[in-house]
Design a protein around this ligand. Sequence first.
Ligand code: NDP
Length: 392
Amino acid sequence: MSTVLIIGAGGVGRVVTHKCVMNKKVFTKIVLASRRISSCEKIQSELEEGAITVAQVDADNVAQTTELIKSTGASLVINVALPYQDLTIMDACLNANVAYLDTANYEHPDTAKFEYKEQWAKHEEFKAKGLLALLGSGFDPGVTNVFCAYAQKHYFDEIHTIDILDCNDGDHGYPFATNFNPEINLREVSSKGRYWENGKWIETDPMEFKMKWDYPEVGERDSYLLYHEEMESLVKHIKGLKRIRFFMTFGESYLTHLKCLENVGMLRIDEVEVNGVKVVPLQLLKELLPDPSSLGERTKGKTNIGIVAEGLKNGIKKRIYIYQISDHEACYKEVKSQAVSYTTGVPAMIGAKLMLEGKWSGAGTLNMEEFDPDPFMKELNEQGLPWQVKEL
Ligand code: NDP
């Protein structure tokens, strides 16, 4: 008997909830809570009667969140609200003595910084209570970290370089929209790029560095170097690593819109006053753009996310590519969400499943690559995210 509390009834929350219901042998009671009860009820209406219960919570409020966790009797909280709520939900888990899982590292609403620092600072507190806080159990971070751990375990004595390659080739038919929360997405892609080489972080201008990559079942696409949070933990945990980079594909039209929005100041995250009212331009833009959860129905095409690792095995150089391909329309058919939410929500459910089954255990704030990758890789194949390995 395990009760799970899912916080955040957005695009990813929908997938996590559907997938937990499909695994109800493990998740015997499921509670979905969010800032607006209506968001939870919408997801509840897609499921068979009695499959989940719903609750309202402001996860910025630690006392309220603690109270909710205690009242549900949950043994694990899956946080798929926004990165701004990570610290308050972690504190509520500590208060209520329950395990924690999320898919994105903490971000301060006023500064677009992607760092584990503040979450890792809670390591000793979680450890002292014998509780596990699993950080970054989405796709990237998440599956990409597990791919790296799998490569390290089965293919290499030493990995020297890793490139993480993220391609979303979906077409939703709108001139401009983001596939997950626009505020979080646009903060990420408009930030400076950064990669790690020979023990140092090297900064680039946004979208300064581009390469072409031929993504299986998608084709050759322009891929731009970005900073992405999983690199911060991977540089600590992958043996012999000399360089790690992250690339994401963007179409020309997306980049033109992005540049224009940036040039006119619509990506600013500071407040500006309009007729006596304070507004954050990026938040206003979020209200104007299509709701990512409405894109599912219209999106066609595929995602392909993977890693290319190069290093040594028995003194011989080798290079492998591990990747996962998802189809937007197939994801929508299964759980009423497009592939970006699907590829994030399924790994969140898998991480939670492994924790509740005791296959992934430990105490403290731990990242995905610190666990045995094999049970996770097996679940990916069984839960809708089949992957492949190619020797290059
Ligand atoms: P959405 O904006 O669709 O959903 C976020 C949900 O969080 C909303 O339903 C909102 O509630 C809820 N929420 C916001 N503030 C609060 C609060 N104070 N208290 C309670 N609930 C709150 O985002 P996504 O579903 O696209 O993303 C969810 C998470 O997944 C994000 O952290 C994102 O960064 C992460 N992510 C990770 C990826 C990965 O691969 N690792 C990829 C994509 C996303 P309501 O509707 O009730 O107002």
